[in-house]
Design a protein around this ligand. Structure first.
Ligand code: CA
Length: 217
């Protein structure tokens, strides 16, 4: 189990509670730390705070998904951050908990999410690594900086390589909940992402799927 939470008190409570339930717990206090510890794929579930000091937890989730993480992700978010809560699902999260929460409820949701996750297959990240703190994409030694929206658009495609991703799903990943985004605007962002990834040594192909959206590879 990977627990990503910058509040040391809550981190400690989660560690003790989860250990008592029989889970091995890896702790991370930042997005960077989470990428290091979650990248080996040997994680059964992730509990991920949205408000991290160096990154948005949703971007961390997209970056971990792009690296092949298939384990369920449960977001932690502040009670007043309703928009965060709604947008959390589309960043590849499986459930959310509002702070403060009952530990028993977290365990119940965690177990439900892990049961549901049983059917997921493995993902390939097309050799690309997303850095959620810098909003950058890296391949080999080459690193390309993206804007936060470009990062999320690429993340939406990378999480499902080889699959046609619908325009509305790209919008849900890239923009805040309720944002009105035209098709032209999505196409313009895809064009910008295509241009930027051309600087990578083995640029991924972003293919237009007519009437649907876009596909990576
Ligand atoms: Ca926090």
């Amino acid at each position: 189990m990977l627990v990503v939470e910058d509040d040391p008190r809550l981190r400690d409570i989660l560690q003790r509670g989860l250990s008592r339930e029989g889970f091995d717990v890896l702790l991370a206090a930042s997005g960077e730390d989470a990428m290091r510890k979650g990248a080996d794929g040997d994680v059964a579930a992730v509990i991920l705070d949205i408000g991290l000091p160096d990154a948005d937890g949703r971007d961390v989730c997209q970056a971990l998904r792009a690296r092949g993480l298939t384990a369920p992700v449960i977001f932690l978010t502040a009670r007043d951050a309703l928009v965060d809560r709604l947008a959390g699902f589309d960043a590849g999260g499986d459930d959310y908990m509002m702070k403060p929460f009952e530990f028993e409820e977290l365990i119940a949701r965690l177990q439900a999410a892990m049961r549901r996750a049983g059917e997921h297959g493995a993902l390939e990240g097309a050799g690309l690594v997303l850095d959620p703190a810098a909003h950058a994409v890296q391949q080999g030694d080459v690193r390309v900086a993206l804007t936060p929206t470009e990062f999320r658009v690429l993340g939406a495609l990378l999480a499902r390589p080889g699959e046609a991703v619908r325009r509305q799903d790209i919008v849900r990943s890239g923009w805040p909940a309720g944002a009105i985004v035209s098709d032209n605007s999505v196409d313009a962002y895809i064009a910008r992402v295509r241009r930027k990834v051309r600087d990578l040594p083995d640029p991924p192909q972003i293919t237009t799927v007519v009437g649907v959206g876009y596909r990576l590879g």
